[in-house]
Ligand binder design. Structure first.
Ligand SMILES: [Zn+2]
Length: 352
């Protein structure tokens, strides 16, 4: 067995609370084996790598299509604009686009993602081919794609309360797989049907009412919010949609995603900055939401002894000399452009 060992010093955001500490980390075989205080002047920041909890990499092929019509006409299957573009796009272009977006994410400190993959079994297969072995890829298929061996479960486009949906949900449950479902994005009428499927994760919750927030908390259903997508697709125009602060106050497990690549860049620094600045979420809560998705890949997250080393290294430490809140500075001001290295526990070191 390989026994690669690596030391790295810097200002690390450690533990559950992301406490900034000047440390030397030791990584062995992909695990953080030691964290000791360092007196050396910190020249870099060490962040836990992001997990993008909701993305559609397949629509990279429709990049920067104007969001010039109602949500349904843009993205709803089977004939929304997105689906018509996907049908017209050669398979190799879809594959190349997905690879491109996956590489883009990694360069910006994301080492895992949960992808709603259209295109049935074949769509799941394509994403399996596009996947980066250093990244945690959760494939959520549909139209049969959920049963592909590489697929982690079902990603339902929306819930209507039909028998077919219930059967599809029961089938993935029996297979021990995951169920994620879009709900409450542009309306409220699909929310109850989504909850009734007992999903692991509801995507969006943009129009959640107080009763929906309580139900998510009571039933321990995580909500993956995608605020930049909501604003871009004109389903949100205030910090109350999605009701992120209320979700956090109610104890709902909060996840963060970037949604359709065709409309929004899969840059989790930018998503965190939006959550912090527009939704008045603390940098710590934003980073927690931006990393919590690792649990669905069966992986722990955070900078602590014994945990896997999935880390993002950023330079730009000069700015931290004046910072009153280093984590906020890292997420909001320094951001993706300063990433110099990502370290994956799946394959131990990847220099950019
Ligand atoms: Zn989506």
């Amino acid at each position: 067995m390989q026994t690669a060992e690596k030391q790295i010093t810097g200002l690390a955001f450690t533990g559950e609370d992301f406490t900034p500490e000047n440390v030397e980390l030791t990584i062995e075989n992909g695990i953080i084996t030691d964290i000791i205080p360092s007196r050396a002047k910190a020249e870099r920041c060490i962040l836990p790598a992001f997990f993008n909890s909701h993305i559609h990499t397949g629509d990279t092929a429709a990049l920067d299509t104007p969001a010039d019509r109602p949500l349904k006409e843009l993205v709803a299957p089977p004939d929304g604009l997105k689906h018509r573009i996907l049908r017209m796009t050669p398979e190799e272009s879809i594959l190349k686009g997905m690879k491109n977006s996956i590489a883009y994410m990694k360069l910006r400190g994301t080492l895992g993602f949960a992808d709603f993959r259209e295109g049935g079994v074949h769509g799941a297969e394509l994403l399996e081919r596009a996947a980066d072995p250093e990244m945690y890829t959760i494939i959520l298929g549909r139209d049969g794609g959920e049963h592909h061996p590489a697929s982690a479960g079902l990603g339902l486009s929306s819930a209507h309360g039909t028998v077919e949906e219930k059967q599809a949900a029961d089938k993935v449950r029996r297979a021990g797989k995951l169920l994620f479902v879009h709900a409450g994005e542009g309306k409220t009428t699909d929310i109850d049907a989504a909850f009734d499927l007992r999903p692991d994760v509801i995507i969006h919750g943009t129009n959640f009412r107080d009763a929906d927030i309580r139900r998510a908390a009571d039933e321990d259903i995580a909500v993956a919010v995608c605020p930049r997508s909501n604003w871009t697709l004109h389903v949100a125009s205030s910090r109350n949609n999605p009701p992120v602060r209320k979700l956090l106050e109610a104890g709902v497990p909060l996840l963060l995603g970037t949604d359709n690549v065709m409309f929004v860049s899969p840059d989790m620094f930018a998503e965190c900055a939006f959550l912090i600045n527009v939704y008045d979420v603390t940098p710590e809560d934003a980073l927690r939401a931006a990393t919590a998705g690792f649990s669905f890949a069966g992986e722990k997250t955070g900078i602590e002894k014994g945990k896997p080393a999935n880390l993002t290294i950023i330079e730009g430490i000069g700015l931290f000399e004046w910072s009153r809140h280093p984590l906020k500075t890292a997420l909001v001001r320094v951001g993706a452009a300063a990433v110099t290295e990502v370290i994956s526990s799946k394959r131990q070191n990847s220099s950019l």
